[in-house]
Design a protein around this ligand. Structure first.
Ligand SMILES: Cc1ncc(COP(=O)(O)O)c(C=O)c1O
Length: 389
């Protein structure tokens, strides 16, 4: 606990600042908790259910979820990816976090290794640890893409899985088809070398939040031992409702046994099943999203301003985070500088990538606008060169 999460620690420090200065004078860019409301379709479905309750809709159900919901997910995922999924390939879960824990519990033997690319979503390390695994953190290149030679050298006989997250938290980077294809090649080469199976766990809660007309490149086309997991926390702004799913590659030869493992672990880890009410709603919302154009507008606003101030950063292609370099080597000290101007951000060290800071833009425009002043003051203090985006 004392090692704790940076994100949480910043949140606690932010809470103190908010008490002292008033919440509307502190500009909190530290958390990925979207301020957007779910799309109108969500409220329509919710109302329909409240007015015409389904018999038994609050009872226990099969641990994999309602067959109708699994079928709707399979149908839409097939459309999105061009890979044909069946109802039996899908398990409904308590968000992406629940899905990750179910997958890791199912596939890991004690001491098995899981490769995680830095910068990473910090909970990966905790989840791997939860199930007796060992995380092996592998750095990425200047563009936050996997270094394939380092990946190859890091895969050992004990490597059971590689976790990828595209669009990425914290960088906003999207892995291209080429990157995924090369990644798949490395995995197959190492599987052949060790006579093992290496699963590609694709954590995709931001899959539908993608900009500039980009199409989501799916890893499913590049490795048969791919396990996709996602949630509606971000694309439908339902983070508090804990609804997501796992999909196993339909061409994976032992998917039946694997799915049985997921169903068993969903129960025995104590999730039992994904929330019934949400399953009855998201069944009809597989094609719906919050306004991605709104997020793109917020990205453009923040990116243009940061570049103009002289910050160095990769333009995010998806999700709702940015991960600029800190002008100071010590990213914690830099974040403390921002705090002096009542702007809250998270040091890159918390994501295994010191020398950076993460800011979220799933926030009200006012918060983003008001945070600019502090960001500008700190950029001036460290004499960043102003440019135009
Ligand atoms: C990369 C990543 N994976 C997983 C999760 C967990 O998502 P969920 O709320 O669906 O459990 C998050 C949440 O922020 C995330 O950023």
């Amino acid at each position: 606990m004392s090692e704790g999460s940076w994100i949480r620690r910043m949140f606690d420090e932010g809470a103190i600042l908010k008490q002292r200065h008033g919440a509307d004078r502190v500009f909190d860019l530290s958390l990925g908790n979207p301020v957007m409301e779910p799309p109108a379709e969500f409220h329509q479905e919710l109302r329909k259910l409240a007015e015409n309750p389904l018999p038994g809709m609050h009872r226990y159900m099969p641990n994999a979820g309602y067959p109708e919901t699994r079928a709707a997910v399979a149908e839409h995922l097939s459309l999105e990816t061009g890979t044909k999924f069946d109802t039996s390939d899908i398990v409904m879960t308590c968000g992406a976090a629940g899905a990750l824990n179910v997958v890791l519990k199912t596939i890991l033997n004690p001491e098995d290794e899981v490769i995680v690319f830095a910068p990473y979503f910090v909970e990966y390390l905790n989840y791997v640890d939860n199930h007796g695994g060992v995380s092996r953190v592998v750095p990425t290149d200047e563009e936050f893409l996997p270094r394939l030679d380092v990946l190859e050298a890091s895969i050992k006989a004990k490597t059971r899985a590689v976790i990828i997250n595209s669009p990425n938290n914290p960088t906003g980077v999207v892995y291209s088809k080429e990157v995924l294809s090369q990644l798949g090649e490395v995995l197959r080469k190492k599987e052949a070398q060790y006579g093992t199976e290496i699963f590609l766990i694709s954590d995709e809660p931001y899959r539908k939040i993608i900009y500039d007309g980009l199409e989501y490149p799916s890893p499913l086309h590049h490795h048969q031992r791919t396990i996709v997991l996602t949630s509606h926390s971000k694309d439908l702004a339902l983070a508090g409702e804990r609804i997501g799913y796992i999909a196993v590659h339909p061409e994976y030869s032992q998917r039946g046994e694997m799915i049985d493992g997921f169903i068993y672990c969903n129960r025995t880890l104590g999730y039992v099943n994904a929330p019934a009410l949400m399953q009855n709603i998201v069944r009809y919302l597989q094609g719906a999203t919050v306004s991605v154009a709104e997020y793109q507008r917020k990205r453009d606003f923040l990116y243009t301003n940061l570049v103009e101030m002289g910050y160095s950063l990769i333009k995010p292609q998806g999700a709702f985070y940015m991960f600029p370099r800190t002008p100071l080597e010590d990213d914690v000290a830099f974040v403390r500088e921002l705090q002096q101007w009542l702007v809250l951000a998270v040091p890159g060290s918390g994501f295994g990538a010191p020398g950076h800071f993460r800011i979220s833009y799933c926030l009200e425009d006012r918060t983003l606008e008001c945070a600019l002043d502090g960001l500008r003051k700190v950029s001036a203090k460290f004499k960043l060169n102003r440019t135009s985006a």
